[in-house]
Design a binder for this molecule. Structure first.
Ligand SMILES: [Zn+2]
Length: 246
């Protein structure tokens, strides 16, 4: 079965690119825009020749990056607000692994990010649903969350793992549709965007036991369209075969 994992980002560089020569990659943050004017800061890791190109980007440049959605395990460092001891946490982050990136306009050029809204944050993925979505009703309406497992075509940092499991969030009617149709191993095609949401997480310091709120974020994929391709509850029906010559 064909798989797809494709991301295109056009956005403004928000942080000085960090080139990691030993690993041959460059990390930078990009501000993107979606139709509806919503802005999302996304994290890009450029690999191979793209890393060398990205190393030359300046804060404020308008750049374009193409690649795949990846979910990377990272160690996050923070400091207890009370005892100020260092706390290291293992977490996973959804990022863009860029195989190519280029500067469209230099910082200072008269460009308008809003003109790129349709092309600024584009995600196209095909994969299998890991488990039936949860449907929750919030003050903002219905929300369904689920995880779609994707296959990646290239290896990153020599990692053997070639599978990425990003979280998908559907809202409103689409949440209901996702809940009704999806189950474990459902095959879906999603055309959407990446969203970054700031959240606060309740923490307890492992040293002084004080309680505090950690400023954090989650990054999810928001579908514009979902196609229910196979193994779905009722989305895909056997198409009646047309009689030859009919
Ligand atoms: Zn503490």
């Amino acid at each position: 079965m064909a798989k797809e994992n494709y991301v295109q980002i056009i956005g403004v560089v928000e942080s000085e690119p960090k080139y990691n020569e030993a690993r041959g990659r460059t990390a930078y943050e990009v501000k993107t825009i979606r139709s509806g004017k919503r802005r999302d800061n996304l994290y890009v890791q450029a690999y191979g020749p793209a890393a060398v190109v990205a190393n030359d980007f300046k804060v404020g440049d308008l750049v374009m990056a193409t690649g795949v959605v990846v979910v990377n395990d990272v160690k996050k460092t923070e400091y207890c607000p009370d005892c100020e001891k260092k706390i290291i946490r293992e977490t996973s982050v959804t990022e863009v692994a860029a195989v190519s990136n280029l500067r469209l306009y230099e910082v200072g050029t008269d460009f308008n990010l809003e003109d790129f809204a349709d092309a600024s944050n584009v995600v196209k993925i095909m994969g299998t649903v890991l488990f039936k979505p949860r449907l929750v009703v919030t003050s903002k309406g219905k929300i369904a969350k689920y995880i779609v497992s994707l296959n990646r075509r290239f290896m990153i940092d020599g990692q053997v793992r070639r599978q990425d499991d990003p979280t998908i969030v559907s809202c409103g009617n689409q949440a209901e549709e996702a809940y009704d149709n999806l189950r474990t191993d459902s095959l879906v095609y999603i055309n959407g965007a990446m969203q970054t949401r700031n959240i606060k997480i309740d923490r307890v310091c492992p040293y002084c036991k004080c309680k505090y709120k950690e400023d954090s974020y989650v990054r999810e994929i928001i579908p514009y369209n979902i196609e229910f391709l196979a193994n779905c509850e009722k989305g895909v029906k056997e198409r009646p075969r047309k009689d030859i010559g009919a």
